[in-house]
Design a binder for this molecule. Structure first.
Ligand code: M6R
Length: 611
């Protein structure tokens, strides 16, 4: 949700800023802009994709000489996407880029109006920029100005600021929004995320909330508001620049779907001990630890929450552990009933989702133990939870989350096996067997479904002109449908609904008419006959049914369909792995056939850092 980049060094800043913005464009892409320390402080910004900004920059002169600057790619919150609302904002004295929301922007606006300021945008960000400007006019000291302003700001932010009077310096500060700082021999950078820096370094600092970073070429110092210095250690990523590049793939989403077998294998082998049983690589997370919980509450948003639905199924089935799943943004507002014997599990790919972070803080405040399952190392959710399990999926760039879902499910599966061992519902022998097949069969079955890409593309062609679509399933298949439906909606703009097949007849079946496409998911044998009835019911009303069915069920039952996709043979409990990949590829091909921008769907951004 908005990408920030900043560079100060001995090279021309503009190409570096644009390279960084290209790497961050997945975070927001309705406008982009840069501020450069050239002969004077110059701000150039445009509505639309980065390409629009590049066109505008071609008409400017003398920008190459600038060795310091900041850039921004925007996901609009306050004010429509427009040149005037794009970042950077500022005055002739300073320019500022912002990721987050300033909640008390109108109060600050009143304050600034009284001081004589007039506004040129509808953004909350401009208020932050002008507030710093006002304090800067009072003290002439950038640090004092930034601290005085941030003291007044409510909400969440990562800010990058340059002052016209300090040609080589960048200031950066954050609250509840991601911001990293990196230093190389001759340059220093700020960025919202690591992919923007990977071409230059794998090491970075992650300042805590309220710590001001002051960057000059090849140096960064950190301080608190009282001026005291802060010493930080660097963190390091273990993937390289190619992991965050598209390679030869048409889209990041397609690349990331194809990375799932490897990501799954890596996740399982990382969390297996030499004895073939789960080992969470944290001495605190032992049997005694897990034995103390009587209930699990899983929280997350979007795809992560959907992975939680699979987790609930496995935890309840394998470990017989009562588990509930809730949308993180709803959780804390309903005054939930929690007990000290609850374990709250937070699921998040980015680890920066504001709603998930807020839910985590709520649970912690209530004294409930929190365990985060997160992909981005060092992210806010990871750092604030009582314990964290990282999913080694590598960077996920496409806005539509794919591989993160699968590895979250795999980790929840391992947790369920471990809980089962602790609770005596799973024997050590069975536990080893389950872990072994998770590490082997799950990736293999995903490879087998990926091999059916052409067949899936053929099915997608039959759905691409639909206006509305239903996904139906029962049990774990209903959970899969929620994810399949979200994937289709977000990238193809086709309205779709996931429905528990047994619930259709209680109202929604009235929407089925001749030709209505229905994707029917069938991997649970015990529910096969029930699903067949539901399929007959919708077909009797003219629905076009795409059946996605496990090979074993297809062999055993006569199931009516219009198109059929056979899932590779795999243990039933592992069927969600190839099942979800079939749904991801289906959504991908529908969107690609429609010629849509698969990786950057409209109105969305990868990391939702505002509530
Ligand atoms: O980074 P997170 O996993 O916390 O993100 C949660 C959702 O915003 C995310 O899964 C979103 O639903 C995706 N765009 C779905 O593809």
């Amino acid at each position: 949700m908005c990408g920030i980049i900043g560079y100060t060094g001995n090279r021309s800043a503009l190409p570096l800023l644009l390279g960084g913005l290209a790497a961050l464009e997945y975070r927001g892409y309705d406008s982009a802009g840069v501020a450069l320390q050239s002969d004077q402080l110059r701000i150039i910004k445009r509505r639309g994709r980065l390409a629009e900004l590049c066109k505008a920059l071609e008409c400017e002169e003398n920008l190459e000489a600038a060795r310091c600057g900041i850039g921004h790619t925007r996901w609009a919150t306050h004010g429509e996407p427009a040149d005037r609302n794009a970042h950077p904002h500022g005055t002739e004295r300073l320019a500022l880029v912002h990721n987050g929301i300033i909640e008390n922007y109108s109060e600050i606006g009143d304050f600034l109006k009284r001081k004589g300021y007039r506004f040129s945008s509808e953004t909350d960000t401009e208020m932050a920029a002008l507030l710093i400007d006002w304090f800067y006019l009072q003290s002439g000291d950038p640090k004092k100005a930034i601290f005085a302003a941030t003291d007044m700001l409510r909400g969440s932010y990562a800010l990058g600021v340059v002052f016209a009077a300090e040609k080589e310096r960048i200031y950066a500060i954050r609250r509840d929004n991601p911001l990293i700082v990196a230093v190389t021999e001759a340059a220093s950078f700020i960025a919202s995320d690591i992919p923007a820096l990977l071409a230059y370094t794998k090491e970075y600092y992650r300042p805590d909330d309220g710590i001001l970073a002051v960057l000059s070429p090849g140096n960064a110092v950190f301080c608190r508001s009282d001026g005291s210095p802060v010493s930080l250690s660097t963190e390091r990523v273990d993937f390289d620049v190619t992991a965050a590049q598209k390679g030869g793939w048409a889209h990041f989403m397609l690349k990331e779907i194809h990375e799932e077998p490897v990501a799954l294998g890596r996740t399982v082998s990382h969390y297996l001990g030499v004895d073939g049983l789960p080992d969470f690589k944290n001495p605190l997370l032992d049997r005694n630890f897990f034995a103390r919980f009587e209930r699990v509450q899983i929280l997350g948003c979007g795809t992560a929450m959907h992975a939680g639905l699979i987790g609930r199924h496995i935890l309840e089935n394998l470990a017989r552990l009562p588990t509930s799943v809730e949308i993180a943004s709803e959780f804390r507002y309903r005054d939930p009933l929690l007990s000290k014997k609850d374990l709250v599990i937070l699921l998040s790919q980015s680890g920066e989702t504001a709603d998930t972070l807020a839910a985590l803080r709520y649970a912690k405040k209530e004294g409930i133990y929190t365990l985060a399952i997160v992909n981005v190392v060092g992210s806010s959710v990871a750092r604030e939870a009582d314990a964290v399990l990282y999913t080694p999926a590598g960077p996920e760039i496409a806005v539509a989350s794919t591989k993160a879902y699968s590895v979250q499910c795999a980790l929840l599966y391992l947790l369920a096996v471990y809980f089962g061992l602790c609770r005596g519902t799973v024997t050590p022998f069975l536990a080893k067997e389950l872990c072994r097949s998770l590490g082997k069969q799950a990736p293999e079955s995903v490879r087998a479904i990926l091999a059916q890409n052409d067949r899936i593309c053929h099915c997608a062609a039959r759905l691409q002109s639909a206006e509305h679509l239903f996904y139906i399933g029962r049990g774990v298949d209903y959970a899969l449908c929620t994810e399949g439906s979200l994937k289709l909606k977000e990238i193809s703009y086709i309205h779709s609904e996931a429905y528990a097949a047994g619930e259709l007849k209680h109202g929604t079946i009235s929407l089925i008419e001749k030709g209505t496409p229905v994707v029917a998911m069938m991997t649970e044998k015990k529910l096969a006959e029930k699903m067949i009835s539901a399929i007959r019911e919708v077909r009797a009303r003219g629905a076009f049914v795409l059946l996605i069915v496990s090979a074993e069920i297809a062999e055993q039952y006569q199931i009516p369909y219009d198109e059929r996709l056979l899932l590779p043979p795999v243990q039933e409990v592992l069927a969600p792995f190839p099942g979800v990949v079939a749904l991801q590829l289906l959504a991908y091909h529908v969107a690609a056939l429609k010629g849509l921008d698969v990786d950057k769907p409209r109105n969305l951004a990868k990391s939702v850092t505002v509530e």
